[in-house]
Design a protein around this ligand. Structure first.
Ligand SMILES: [Fe+2]
Length: 339
């Protein structure tokens, strides 16, 4: 029997669910948040709801390439992922942030002067910021979150998202890195406050640890993800990329039909891209030059596609060479955006 144990554990490892993500401990005891949030709510919220998001996320990504993808990447491309990954990755990220920023009064630290300055500049005072967050939280229909985030241009902004979405996700119209989130699902407050969301909100601000929010503010400003979010909001490059991928990748497999049928669309998207405004950090002469080169290359491709020929094989070879060059220029633009 003894020698069967290792085999049993090996079986569990191979067939079990990979624990890529795990439930973080709550920093304080369940009753430490009283009287603003009751102990029973904290226990159910953490041990049942948050644990459920972690377990379901692990189930959804086990055996897929997403096991090796970062949490930020899971969130950033949420629109391409299943509802299960979107909801449970969001649920895990959002709740982890929520536990971080809550603390009983005696454990709270002060706000940093940098964050205080940024709040004063944008909202005039903390009180007015709190009122703005409360407004976003109370007007959120159904379940969701209210956020203070850092935008790609480094400013503070208040937004609200539904369900377990958050502003890192590409399904959000306003993007940014959250530094404070208030859970307005009923599971966060119903036992104590029933349907009185506003009463819960006025209580929860007594638990906000501004020292941790300040640390998250500094970290967000220095997070390379901010630049990624800015670039990801450049819709013209996303549009162009889609047509480029759908024509170039088949061409790599010697299928020239998509390029031959969509060269006009590719050229049109390259014009739209050239005339669009790049994100601030990429709006420079080198990027503009590369965009002009890309537009010219797409024009030449479209011209050749339309030109009659008796040697289709030779034309395909020329087209492949040209779309490969366009693809290189496109990545040159992308590369310049990362500089
Ligand atoms: Fe929650």
């Amino acid at each position: 029997m003894k020698h069967l144990l290792p085999i049993f554990f090996l079986f569990l490892t191979v067939n079990g669910i990979a624990q890529v993500y795990s439930l973080p401990n709550l920093p304080y005891s369940f009753d430490a948040y009283e009287p603003f949030i009751d102990a029973q709510t904290m226990e159910i919220h953490h041990d049942k709801h948050h644990a459920g998001y972690v377990n379901n996320l692990n189930k959804a990504i086990t055996g897929t390439a997403m096991e090796k993808v970062s949490m930020e990447d899971l969130l950033m491309y949420a629109s391409f992922r299943s509802a299960s990954v979107r909801n449970n990755a969001g649920g895990h990220y959002n709740h982890s942030l929520f536990w971080d920023i809550l603390a009983p009064k005696e454990k709270q630290g002060p706000i940093s002067s940098e964050l205080q300055k940024a709040i004063d500049a944008k909202f005039t005072s903390i009180d007015s910021l709190i009122a703005t967050v409360n407004k976003a939280a109370t007007s959120r229909f159904g379940s969701g979150w209210a956020w203070i985030m850092v935008t790609p241009t480094g400013e503070l902004a208040v937004v609200s998202t539904g369900n377990q979405d958050n502003p890192i996700m590409d399904i959000s119209t306003d993007r940014g890195i959250p530094i404070l989130g208030i859970d307005v699902w009923e599971h966060a407050y119903y036992l104590k406050y029933q349907n009185k969301r506003a009463a819960y909100l006025s209580g929860v601000w007594s638990l906000i640890n501004w020292e941790v929010v300040s640390q998250k503010y500094t970290a967000a400003l220095n997070n390379p993800l901010l630049k990624e979010l800015e670039k990801d909001n450049w819709l013209a490059i996303k549009d162009f990329h889609k047509v480029m991928a759908q024509t170039f990748h088949p061409a790599e497999e010697k299928n020239m039909t998509p390029l031959r049928t969509r060269s006009g669309e590719l050229y049109a998207k390259s014009i739209l891209l050239k005339n669009s405004t790049p994100p601030l950090s990429a709006n420079n002469a080198r990027v503009q030059q590369a965009l002009s080169k890309l537009e010219k290359q797409c024009f030449d491709i479209h011209q050749l596609v339309q030109k009659p020929t008796k040697d289709e094989a030779r034309k395909d070879a020329q087209l492949f060479e040209m779309i490969s060059k366009a693809h290189d220029i496109f990545h040159e633009v992308e590369g310049l955006c990362h500089d």
